[in-house]
Design a protein around this ligand. Structure first.
Ligand code: PAF
Length: 281
């Protein structure tokens, strides 16, 4: 696996493959890689002959007071994991390469980006859409792979690709979990041992809500109530946000009569964790 840090080197490597007729897959990441990311690389390998992984902690998607500064960074360890996972090229640019002097574009995907996490983290999805658009423009991949754990991000990227007519297939890979159900996340590294023990209560609460729906409950308010009560069983978890929305439009639903996304964020000490389930329909 080769590592490059400039847009020019990235383009050269990718064009050489394309001239040979290779299909190319892109896995955008912010590093601090775990098995969830490696599942994305695995999916990318199945989808294309060459796999490019980008590693860039994107300042544009962090709000003031968020964890941009303390976001875990270990390029060498990440490169080693990607080499073992069979990636072909690692693109790890500095900020000035992603956003060179004069960079003036912001991509705003209306609708799907505006509720839920978009409302609570103003500017977050503009930052995501801008960096993803730039990465898609640099690599021009046949396939780009994202994780279901960031469900709203997936909806934003799909809308972006569809609206701009980008010739890329967006693939979404199911969330990878620890054996106790905790969704893998780079931010799990912040948890103390006690917080780590409490963290799977988030997934259990999502499952409880899904179960009550599967047993016949169609009213969103009732399903949300079951979720909230289940969260309260673990005093360390502080519910930050929960949404029950149409799985495609990300608009709130009152009745579960189509596939819905139940997405939640909790605080455990200083750490904010998110998770979600799709069910119904
Ligand atoms: O999911 C992430 O890690 C980031 O939001 C992404 C897609 C790499 C854009 O910075």
């Amino acid at each position: 696996m080769k590592t490059v840090s400039t847009a020019a080197d990235l383009r050269n490597a990718v064009s050489a493959w394309r001239e040979k007729g290779q299909r190319i897959a892109l896995v955008p990441t912010m590093g601090a890689l775990h098995a969830g990311h490696l599942a994305l690389v695995d999916q990318a390998r199945r989808a294309a002959g060459k796999v490019v992984v980008s590693l860039f902690v994107n300042p544009k998607q962090f709000g003031p007071g968020e964890d941009f500064e303390r976001y875990p960074r270990d390029l060498e360890a990440d490169a080693e994991k990607l080499r073992e996972a069979g990636a072909d090229l690692l693109f790890a640019p500095p900020v000035a390469e992603m956003y060179p002097p004069g960079f003036a574009t912001t991509v705003h995907v209306a609708g799907v980006s505006e509720g839920m996490e978009g409302a609570r983290r103003p500017g977050h999805f503009d930052g995501v859409a801008t960096v993803v658009a730039r990465l898609l423009g640099l690599v021009l991949p046949d396939v780009a792979v994202f994780g279901q754990k960031d469900a709203q991000q997936c909806a934003v990227v799909m809308r972006l690709a569809a609206d701009l007519g980008l010739p890329v297939e967006i693939r979404v890979v199911p969330t990878v979990r620890e054996s106790d159900g905790l969704a893998l996340s780079s931010r799990n590294a912040y948890l103390t041992p006690e917080e780590r023990k409490a963290a799977p209560a988030l997934f259990r609460a999502l499952l409880a809500a899904q179960l009550v729906h599967e047993l016949g409950e169609r009213k969103a308010a009732k399903v949300l109530k079951v979720f909230r009560l289940a969260i309260e069983t673990e005093p360390r978890l502080v519910l930050d946000a929960v949404d029950l929305v149409d799985a495609v439009t990300m608009r709130p639903v009152e009745t579960i009569d189509r596939p819905v996304l139940l997405a939640a964020a909790v605080k455990l000490g200083r750490t904010r964790l998110i998770d979600n389930l799709v069910f119904g329909g």
